[in-house]
Write a protein that binds this ligand. Structure first.
Ligand SMILES: Nc1ncnc2c1ncn2[C@@H]1O[C@H](COP(=O)(O)OP(=O)(O)OP(=O)(O)O)[C@@H](O)[C@H]1O
Length: 491
C-alpha cells in the first residue's frame, strides 16, 4: 500500500458487512470501522479522513434512516469538505435521495458491486481533495487580500526611475528582479507591482527563498502529499500552487543554494512541478518577482548562482537606492512611521522636534527604511511629551562619541568615532558617526560597519584617500586594500 493511502471510515452496525468491506477496501485504503453513530463521530473528530462510507440504519429494528440522517448532519457540521457515501438497502431509493439532499455525495445499494463501489469511492475521494484544496486556496488568498497594501513614500528624485519602472512593467507579466540593500523596501515594491498588475485580484505569496533548508524549500514551494515524510500528516499546498494566477515573491534569492536553483529553474521554465512524495504533475501560472541584497552578478561570476536562472528572473531589474541616497524621503517616512507607531501604542504624539528631525536627516541609515522604522518605534515608546525629542531617538550623544564608542563592541565604530574626536565643531555629524554600530546598526556585520565607516570618512575627506586614511587610523595602503575588498571606487 502506498504511504499516502486515503483514509476511509466504514460504518455499519452489521459486523459481517463491515468485515466484508474492510477486506475489499484494505488493499487500497487505510480502513477504520465503526458500528454506531457515536463511534463514527469519535473517529471523525480524531482522524483526518478522506471519506466516510456509512449505512443509514443503526438500530436493528429501524429502517427509517433517521439515525443515519442525523449522523450525516453532524458530520457536515464537523467538516463540510469530508465526502460521505451512504449505503442503502436494495429498493430504498427514497433514503438515498434524502441523504444526498442532506449533503451525502453519493450512494451505493446493498448488495454492492465491488468494482462500482471502488470506482465511486475513488471519484469521491478525488473530488473531496480537490474541494479541500480550493477551499484552502480561497482562504489563503483572502488572507493575503486582507493584508493592507503598505503605504509607499517615494518623493525623492532618486526614486523616480523606480516609480517609472514600476508603472511600466507592473501590468506586464515580466519577471522582475528587485535589487537593493537590506530594508530598502524591496517587498513593498513587489507588493505594489502585484497590485498594479492584472493579477491583483489573485494571491501575492511572499517566501524567503534564502533561509530554508533543502528539504523545507521543496515542500514550501511545491507542497507535499500526506506521508511524503514522517511529519507530513496532511497534504500541504506549496507556494507555487498558492500563487497560481497570481504573484510569487522570492526574497533573498541570491542566497538560494545551487541545488535548489536547478529545481526552481525547471519550474519557471515549464510551469510544472511535483509536490514532494507525489508523481502527479501539477501546473501553476505564476509571475515571479525576486529580490536580493547581494551582488548577484558577482555570484554568477564566481559560480554560486546559475546564469540561466538569473536570465529567467531578471527580465527587468529594479534598483532600489539606499536611504542615504534618498534623503528627501526621510522626513516623509519618519512622519509616516510616527503616525503608525503612535496609533499602535496609543500615544498622542504628533510631531518631531526640529532638533530630532535634524538628527534623523544627518544619520547615515545603514539599515535603511527598516532602521528608520525601528528608530521611530523606539522614539514613540520613549517620548514623554507630544513631540519626539532628539534623545528619544536613541542615537549616541555627540560630545561623548569618542569615549562612548571606544567602549563599544565594534571596532569599526571605534575608528569612526575616533576620527571625529578632533572634529567636535561638527557635532551633529559626529553623533551620527558614533551611531554606526548603534540602534539601527545593531544587526550589521562588522564588515558592514567597516564599509559605512570608510564611506563616511571618504565623504568627510571630500574623497581624499590620504585624509580618510588618517581619519580612520589606517595606513594609505591598508585603506586601499579595504576599498578594494569592499568594491568602493574613489575619484
Ligand atoms: N517607501 C516606503 N514607504 C513606506 N514604508 C516603507 C517604504 N519602504 C520600506 N518601507 C517599510 O520598511 C520596512 C522594510 O521594507 P521591506 O521589508 O520591503 O524591505 P526589504 O528590502 O524587502 O528588506 P530585506 O532585504 O531585509 O528583505 C517595511 O516595514 C516596509 O513597510
Amino acid at each position: 500500500m502506498p504511504a499516502a493511502s486515503p483514509r476511509i471510515l466504514v460504518a455499519d452496525d452489521q459486523s459481517d458487512i463491515v468485515e466484508a468491506l474492510r477486506l475489499l477496501l484494505k488493499r487500497e485504503f487505510v480502513v477504520h470501522t465503526a458500528a454506531s453513530p457515536a463511534a463514527v463521530l469519535e473517529i471523525a473528530g480524531r482522524e483526518e479522513l478522506d471519506l466516510v462510507l456509512m449505512d443509514l440504519n443503526y438500530a436493528r429494528d429501524t429502517t427509517s434512516g433517521k439515525e443515519g440522517f442525523e449522523l450525516l448532519d453532524k458530520l457536515r457540521e464537523l467538516d463540510t469538505t469530508l465526502p460521505v457515501v451512504v449505503m442503502t438497502a436494495w429498493g430504498s431509493i427514497e433514503g438515498a435521495v434524502e441523504a444526498v439532499r442532506r449533503g451525502a455525495r453519493d450512494y451505493v445499494q446493498k448488495p454492492w458491486d465491488s468494482a462500482r463501489l471502488l470506482a465511486t469511492l475513488r471519484t469521491q475521494i478525488e473530488l473531496g481533495s480537490a474541494l479541500r484544496r480550493s477551499r484552502r486556496l480561497e482562504q489563503e488568498s483572502s488572507r493575503q487580500r486582507a493584508q493592507q497594501l503598505p503605504k509607499m513614500i517615494a518623493e525623492a528624485p532618486s526614486m523616480r526611475p523606480v516609480l517609472d519602472l514600476l508603472e511600466r512593467v507592473a501590468p506586464s507579466d515580466a519577471n522582475v528582479l528587485i535589487l537593493g540593500e537590506h530594508g530598502t523596501g524591496k517587498e513593498v515594491i513587489a507588493r505594489r507591482m502585484h497590485d498594479a498588475s492584472l493579477r491583483a485580484s489573485r494571491a501575492f505569496v511572499a517566501v524567503d527563498a534564502g533561509g530554508m533548508s533543502p528539504g523545507v524549500f521543496e515542500s514550501e514551494l511545491f507542497g507535499h502529499v500526506r506521508g511524503a515524510f514522517t511529519d507530513a500528516k496532511a497534504d500541504r499546498v506549496g507556494c507555487f500552487e498558492l500563487a497560481d494566477g497570481g504573484t510569487l515573491f522570492l526574497d533573498e534569492i541570491g542566497n538560494l543554494p545551487i541545488a535548489q536553483q536547478a529545481k526552481l529553474l525547471r519550474v519557471i521554465q515549464t510551469g510544472e512541478f511535483h509536490p514532494v512524495g507525489s508523481s502527479r504533475t501539477r501546473r501553476a501560472n505564476v509571475r515571479v518577482l525576486a529580490a536580493t541584497n547581494i551582488d548577484i552578478g558577482r555570484e554568477v561570476a564566481e559560480g554560486r548562482f546559475r546564469e540561466d536562472l538569473l536570465y529567467r528572473l531578471n527580465t527587468v531589474e529594479v534598483h532600489l537606492p539606499p536611504l542615504r541616497e534618498r534623503r528627501e524621503d526621510i522626513a516623509g517616512l519618519a512622519a509616516h512611521f510616527l503616525e503608525r507607531q503612535a496609533a499602535r501604542y496609543g500615544k498622542p504624539l504628533r510631531s518631531l522636534s526640529p532638533a530630532a528631525m535634524r538628527a534623523l536627516l544627518e544619520h547615515l541609515w545603514p539599515g535603511n527604511v527598516r532602521e528608520l522604522e525601528h528608530v521611530m518605534e523606539r522614539a514613540v515608546l520613549m517620548a514623554r511629551g507630544d513631540a519626539i525629542a532628539p534623545e528619544d531617538l536613541g542615537f549616541r550623544k555627540p560630545a561623548a562619541v569618542a569615549g562612548a564608542a571606544s567602549t563599544g563592541a565594534a571596532a569599526g565604530a571605534e575608528r569612526v568615532s575616533a576620527s571625529h574626536a578632533g572634529n567636535a565643531g561638527n557635532a551633529g555629524n559626529a553623533g551620527n558617526a558614533g551611531n554606526a554600530g548603534a540602534p539601527g546598526g545593531e544587526n550589521m556585520t562588522l564588515e558592514e560597519i567597516e564599509y559605512h565607516a570608510i564611506q563616511r570618512a571618504l565623504a568627510r575627506a571630500g574623497g581624499n584617500v590620504n585624509d580618510a586614511a588618517v581619519a580612520l587610523g589606517l595606513s594609505r595602503s591598508a585603506l586601499y586594500r579595504r576599498l578594494q575588498a569592499h568594491g568602493i571606487k574613489v575619484g
